[in-house]
Design a binder for this molecule. Structure first.
Ligand SMILES: Nc1nc2c(ncn2[C@@H]2O[C@H](COP(=O)(O)OP(=O)(O)OP(=O)(O)O)[C@@H](O)[C@H]2O)c(=O)[nH]1
Ligand SMILES: [Mg+2]
Ligand SMILES: [Zn+2]
Length: 315
C-alpha cells in the first residue's frame, strides 16, 4: 500500500535533539540495515548512524538531522517529515515503508518469464496513491526477437495510451539505458518488481563506476550480496537519485477504501460520478459508467477486471 503523507505522523515527535548547543548536520539516508542507517552527510561522506530510540525506523530517501559520535559514526536525532512514502506489507502482513520522498516509481518487469498484469496494476495503483509518477520498464529485451517484442508491445499498449511511459531495456545489449537515464534526471525514483527481473543490474549499468555488490558501500554496510536485501539509494550521474529495492515474489496493496482504489486507475477519472448510483463500486451495479465504457472499449476491460479483483480481495 502507498500513502501520501503531507506530514509524517511518526515524525511529529520525530525529533529528540535536546542539546541545542551541538551543531546538527543534515543528511540523506541511503540505506537502513539491522539497527543502523547509512547516512550521507552534506559533504558526501558516509556515516554509520544509530537512531534514537523514540524515532521511527528510517528508510532510503529519508532526510535526517544527525550528530557525530565518532569517526564515520553518528546518531540520528530528527527524521524530517516525508513528502511521500512507498509502503508494502511484509511476509507477516505488517505494513513496511520501503522508501521515502520518492516522486517516480519504476515498475520493472522482465520480458521473460512472462509478467502478471494483476501485479503490474497493483504497483501502478500504489504509485498513483503515493502521488509518484509511474514508469513501466521492460527489462531483458535481449531475450525478445522482433516478433515477440511486437507482441509484448501490443499487450502493454494500454499503458502508454493512459499516460504511463513504457521503456524497454537490456543490460546485455545496453539498450534503452539512455532513455531510462533521461527519465531519471531531476527525480528521486525507486525500482520495484519481482526478484530477478534485473533491477540491480540496471543500477550497475547506469553506474558503471560503482561496484554496487562489493564496492565501497558494502564495506561500510558489511554487505556483499547478490539478491538485494536492503533498499539502497544511488546518485545517478547527470542528476537524480535512484533507489534499488529488494525484489518480492508478489506485491499487495494494504487495505484501501473503494473511493481511493478507483482513483488508482487514472483512466477511470472522466467516468467517476457518472454511474447511476453515487456510491457505485463498479462491480455489477446497473447503470455503471465504467462497465459501459469497458463494453464500448473506451477503457480497457482487463484494467476494470483488475480493479474489481483488487476490490474483492480487500472486502
Ligand atoms: N538476459 C538478460 N539478463 C539480465 C538482464 N539484466 C539482468 N539480467 C540477469 O538477471 C539476473 C537477476 O538480476 P538482478 O539485477 O540481480 O535482479 P534483481 O531484480 O535486482 O533481483 P533482486 O535483487 O533479487 O530483487 C542476473 O543473473 C542478471 O545477470 C538483461 O537485460 N538481460
Ligand atoms: Mg537486486
Ligand atoms: Zn460504477
Amino acid at each position: 500500500m502507498a500513502k501520501r503523507q503531507r506530514r509524517n505522523p511518526d515524525a511529529a515527535s520525530a525529533s529528540s535533539h535536546d542539546r541545542d548547543s551541538e551543531p546538527v548536520r543534515e543528511g540523506l539516508v541511503l540505506a537502513h540495515y539491522g539497527r543502523a542507517s547509512l547516512v550521507e552527510g552534506e559533504d558526501g561522506s558516509l556515516v554509520r548512524c544509530a537512531t534514537r530510540k523514540n524515532l521511527p525506523r528510517t528508510v532510503s530517501g529519508d532526510r535526517v538531522h544527525w550528530l557525530p559520535t565518532g569517526a564515520r559514526e553518528g546518531i540520528i536525532c530528527t527524521v524530517l517529515a516525508r513528502r511521500t512514502s512507498l509502503c508494502r506489507p511484509d511476509a507477516q502482513g505488517k505494513i513496511r515503508t520501503v522508501a521515502a520522498n520518492i516522486d517516480q516509481i519504476i515498475v520493472v518487469i522482465a520480458s521473460r518469464p512472462s509478467f502478471e498484469y494483476a501485479m503490474l496494476d497493483r504497483y501502478l495503483v500504489a504509485a498513483e496513491l503515493t502521488g509518484a509518477h509511474p514508469l513501466i520498464l521492460v527489462n531483458k529485451a535481449d531475450l525478445l526477437d522482433s516478433e515477440s517484442r511486437a507482441r509484448l508491445e501490443e499487450r502493454l499498449a494500454v499503458y502508454p495510451q493512459i499516460g504511463y511511459p513504457l521503456v524497454f531495456t537490456s543490460n546485455r545489449r545496453a539498450d534503452g539505458l539512455k532513455a531510462l537515464h533521461d527519465h531519471l534526471r531531476h527525480h528521486t525514483s525507486v525500482l520495484v518488481g519481482q526478484s530477478g527481473v534485473g533491477k540491480s543490474s540496471l543500477v550497475q549499468s547506469l553506474l558503471p563506476d560503482t561496484d554496487i555488490r562489493t564496492g565501497s558501500l558494502s564495506q561500510v554496510t558489511g554487505l556483499g550480496r547478490h539478491t538485494t536485501t536492503v533498499a539502497m539509494l544511488y546518485h545517478v550521474p547527470g542528476g537524480g537519485h535512484l533507489i534499488d529495492s529488494p525484489g518480492v515474489r508478489d506485491f499487495f496493496l494494504g487495505k484501501v477504501a473503494p473511493e481511493e482504489l478507483q482513483k488508482g486507475f487514472r483512466e477511470f477519472a472522466p467516468f467517476l460520478g457518472q454511474c447511476r448510483f453515487h456510491n457505485c463500486r463498479h462491480l455489477s451495479e446497473p447503470g455503471c459508467a465504467l462497465h459501459k465504457s469497458a463494453r464500448d472499449g473506451t477503457i480497457n476491460p482487463r484494467r476494470l477486471a483488475n480493479y474489481r479483483a483488487m476490490l474483492e480481495t480487500m472486502s
